[in-house]
Each structure stands twice: as C-alpha cells, then as structure tokens.
Design a protein around this ligand. Sequence first.
Ligand code: AMP
Ligand code: MG
Length: 361
Amino acid sequence: MKTEVITVSAGEGFDPECEEQLRRAGEILRKGGLVAFPTETVYGLGGDALNRESSGKIYEAKGRPSDNPLIVHIADMKALPAIVKEVTPEALKIANAFWPGPLTIILEKSERVPVETTGGLNTVAVRFPSHPVARKLIEYGGGYVAAPSANISGKPSPTVAKYVIEDMDGRIDMIIDGGQVGIGLESTIIDLTVSPPQILRPGFVTEAMLLEVLGQVDVDQTILSNDTGRAPKAPGMKYRHYAPAGELTIVSGEERQVAAYINRQVEEARKQGQKTGVIGSLETRNLYCADVVKNIGNRQEEATIAHNLYRILREFDDEKVDVIFSESFHSDGMGQAIMNRLLKAAGHKMIYLEKEENGGK
Ligand code: AMP
Ligand code: MG
C-alpha cells in the first residue's frame, strides 16, 4: 500500500488548502481506510470506530493484540449519547471540566459500537481531543474515530511524524504531519462504570484534578507496581509497552550517587562492546560518561519531561544504543504518568541505591 504523507499546520484556523486536505483525509476514513494524525497527547492511528473492518485494519497495521480495546474519538459532545448506554452525571461533570482535552472516559457501550472496536468488551473508551487537526479530521471522518497510538505495538508512542512514518509507511493510507505534539504522553483513562470511578492509566489530567471534580477517585494499583499479583483493568496496560530496543534500567537515589553508579555500569557495558546511553536531566547531564547522554529537561518541570520522554526513547533506537540507564523521577502529579511509562519501558527494571552507601557499591 502506498502511504501518502501530507503536512497540515495547526494554527487559529486552516487555510483553504489544508481544509481541503483534511476533507480528503476524512473521506478516506469514511471509506474504511486508515489515517494517522496528531493529537495533543501523541499521534493517533485513526479508522472509523463504527466500522468493524476499519478496527480490524488498525489491529493489523499496529500488530496489536485484538483483546486490547481502542479509544473512540469524538469532536462534539452531541456525538456521545449515540455510542454509550447512558451519559452518566459523572461523565457530564468530567466532560465539562476536561473536554476537549487529554482525558478518556469509560462507559457502557451502545449497540452502535462494534465489539471489534472495544476488544470484545461491552464498555467503550471515549475521548474528545483538543488538537485542531484531530477535531477537523474527526468531523470530516464521520464523527467517530477509533485511534490508538500510531506506533507498532510495543514501541514508544510517536510524538513527531517522523516516527509515525517509520512504523506505518506502507501499512496505512495517509499520515498527517502536524509537527511535534504538545503533551507527549497518552491520555489519562478513567473508568466511570465502577464506583468510585477508577483511574486506569495516569496522564496529564492528574488524580488530584479528577478528585476535585468527582469528590472520590480510586487508582488502579497496577499503575506503578509490578507485583500486585493482579491484571491491570485496562487490557492494554498489561503488555510491555513504550519500550526502546536497548535494555533500559532506571536508577533511583541521590543525584551524585546515581551518576556514579550509572557511570560504573556504563564502563562495564562498554568493556563488552555495547553502546551505552543515559537519560539525564538539565541539572545532571554533565555528570555522565555514556556514549549518548540525553537531557530530558529540568527535573522540576514535569511537562517538559513528559514532552521529551518518548522522543528520547526513539532516538536511542535511531542511534542503536544497546544499554540505557535513566534517572528516576518523582511520582506525584503528572510524575505518576511519567514513571508509569518509564517503568513499563524498562520492564519494571529499577535499582534503588541506599543513601548510606555513600557513592554506591
Ligand atoms: P492506546 O490507544 O494505544 O493509547 O491504548 C488505549 C488504552 O485504553 C489501552 O490500554 C486499552 O486497554 C484502554 N482501553 C480502551 N478501551 C477500554 C475499555 N473499554 N475498558 C478498559 N480499558 C480500555
Ligand atoms: Mg499505545
């Protein structure tokens, strides 16, 4: 299949040429084709959510296990009632507070949503994104666009079109290049079919923000821990995800101690002929001696860290790095989402350095 790549810049509005291109992209979706597009979280791989064959094509293009349900994207609140059994009062509260935006809600699905889209479940995940390109495309595409992240299953989600092209060229009809996305991590997912509502995946919209609107919220305990002995409630969260090709280890401890430990590991890996990489921060990057040292941003700025994480993981692949070490980041607020993705990328491989070690062992 030949994949067409178009560039659309998202500003206040669209010029007539962009408008025409988005209309054409929408037409592809209506006819059952697949189009990758930017959203405010990561790039999505879109197909008509109400067409079971389109959903089938999405799973195939991504190599995604078919029990991993897709999020249905809408561009108008009026579109919600048709795909859910009931728009609950909680759903309305959430929509008023956070939509359009990086939050996905789970509700009982209506008959109109095929089980091919929901991975066999009788619930459906719905999001109303804020990105202007996404909204226009959904509107032209018929109003309901199923869109998982536009990467091959298991790889880090794309935050720039370059990595969408790398993964999806030849597999889908069109890729819309809208530049680098803003947030850089997938949406927060909250399940509204249980009481109290439960966060299944952390994201830009934090537990505290949801608590303020809903009064009571639970968090799926599998989010940061690997050893709860339970399966995550979002089927997709059980798979190894967001992983670079190189072996990633997270190191937690006092700044200089972490750097000393990582540098020793880097030396060891080098002796074995491996190419080494480190995810450091603005404050610490000069402490490391690895072949490739990345600056993920100021340690105090969660939004910057989130924005850079997936791009950096992908760059390690570009540079064929075999062994990667990352600093650990705090896990409250949006840090919960950052550590959730980083831990998954590392297959939960994390080293804790004890303080009194004074430089490490
Ligand atoms: P992605 O689109 O790649 O960001 O992945 C979507 C995530 O949403 C996966 O982790 C899915 O398991 C989760 N998800 C989608 N629909 C549902 C649902 N009905 N119930 C629980 N989790 C869902
Ligand atoms: Mg994904």
